[in-house]
Design a protein around this ligand. Structure first.
Ligand SMILES: Nc1nc2c(c(=O)[nH]1)N[C@H]1C(S)=C(S)[C@@H](COP(=O)(O)O)O[C@H]1N2
Ligand SMILES: [Mo]
Length: 405
């Protein structure tokens, strides 16, 4: 009787065998935690104690205090939003302990009226929200190595995260200050030690750039720029100046360290690719991953993330045979411009060794390049902005390994 019902409901769902469930035991024992009332309320919720392994991995630079990164555990997340406590971190000079009451944002330089704002002043403006990614220009830079680095997907590609950033459009503040005609740049400065600076072209400043106060609904976290940061949709991480304290309108870029010596790429011609700005389309499979081998032949979800600084992801192709054939993956809604997009692909593994790959296409028509194509365009001296197709070999035991295919 039970079995017949099961078969019928299985048929209704169009499948005879469950994808992953085991048949339910007749006895359905009451677990111990149902025997007495549980814990009370908490002032600020924390993840389950069983999720303690889901953390950012820190690669601090031992030579420079406060310099380094913390990687986002992409392999452990689903959907597209990054929990605030797991947003990747990139600091050059540590996280300043800013008192929001004393913090000011100055708008000056080539403006009619230099202005100074408190955090409270900024909260009085109509806010705008951008759900989108921030990606460090150095993300995936292991791809430039001649041999494929053997580590987790998150240690190679985890310098990207995605949040709902809410703040004041930079345009409004610049218009109030009265930008002089022909002032082509805004030099943004952070309130960290050594005052990190970068230069933002005026067009982008006047377009969709935000002075963000909120991250996924709460105040921006200290490590992500509290109380204020720039959010420059689709453009590389370094432009998203944290702990923002000054916007100086200028006719020339600052040519600061992080837009000359860093975040630029030495090309085969000997010239440097500078001011890359927009992040090229990219995708990476986050599951299966090297820490969790595929548990035998059968149905598995290949899942991953795709994004483009130029707009929406229109398609992600997945290859389960090392690039010989490609199928279209399913894109999980919502699919937003300049935002992470989750893709999924139903994979039936026959248990034979193979190579898994993903390839993103964005609305500008740009197709994520193969490693060969990227190397032939940029050479071997580049250090940043690596966005080629990523390959994962699965061996007969299901172990996943980073390879160049
Ligand atoms: N003031 C300041 N802003 C900064 C940085 C910094 O070191 N100081 N790092 C930049 C770089 S290189 C990146 S990739 C992003 C990282 O943002 P996150 O730490 O919130 O992920 O912040 C940018 N803004
Ligand atoms: Mo960065």
């Amino acid at each position: 009787m039970q079995r017949r019902r099961f078969l019928k409901s299985g048929l209704a769902l169009g499948t005879l065998t469950p994808l992953a469930g085991t048949s339910a035991a007749m006895e359905y024992a009451r677990p111990p935690w149902m025997n007495e009332p549980g814990a009370g309320f908490s002032n600020y919720g924390q993840p389950s104690e069983h999720e303690k392994a889901v953390i950012r991995w820190i690669s601090a630079n031992p030579a420079v205090a406060g310099n380094g990164v913390a990687w986002c555990p992409l392999h452990a997340l689903a959907g597209m939003v990054t929990p605030n406590g797991l947003h990747f971190e990139r600091h050059h000079h540590g996280v300043p302990p800013i008192d929001p009451v004393q913090h000011r944002l100055m708008v000056d330089g080539q403006v009619a009226r230099p202005l100074s704002f408190s955090v409270e002043d900024l909260r009085r403006y109509p806010l705008r929200s951008h759900l989108g990614f921030i990606e460090c220009g150095g993300n995936s830079s292991a791809g430039w190595h001649r041999e494929p680095v053997q580590t987790s997907v998150s240690y190679i590609h985890g310098l990207i995260s995605c949040s709902e950033w809410c703040g004041v459009p930079l345009r409004i503040l610049l218009q109030e200050a009265g930008v002089v005609p022909d002032a082509g740049w805004v030099i943004a400065e952070g309130a960290d030690a050594f005052a990190m600076q970068v230069s933002l072209p005026m067009d982008k400043a006047m377009d969709d750039t935000l002075v963000a106060l909120y991250q996924n609904g709460e105040a921006v976290r200290p490590e992500n720029g509290y109380p204020l940061r720039l959010v420059v949709p689709g453009w590389e991480g370094v432009l998203h100046v944290k702990w923002l304290r000054r916007l100086r309108v200028a006719s020339e870029p600052a040519m600061a360290r992080n837009e000359t010596a860093r975040y630029s790429d030495l090309m085969p011609s000997g010239k440097a690719r500078q001011f890359s700005f927009s992040m090229d389309a990219k995708s990476v499979i986050t599951s299966p991953h090297s820490a969790a081998p595929v548990q035998g032949p059968g149905h598995w979800q290949i899942s991953g993330l795709a994004w483009s600084g130029r707009g929406r992801i229109t398609r992600v192709d997945v290859s389960v045979d090392g690039g010989r054939s490609w199928r279209t993956a399913e894109l999980m809604e919502p699919v937003l411009a300049k935002c992470l997009t989750r893709f999924q692909y139903d994979w039936v593994w026959d248990g034979k060794p193979t190579i898994l790959q993903s390839r993103a296409v964005d609305e500008s028509g740009y197709v994520q390049p193969t490693r060969e194509t990227l190397l032939s365009a940029r050479g071997h001296n580049a250090e940043f902005h690596y966005n080629a197709i990523v390959s994962w070999a699965v061996d007969a035991e299901g172990a996943v390994e980073h390879v160049y295919a």
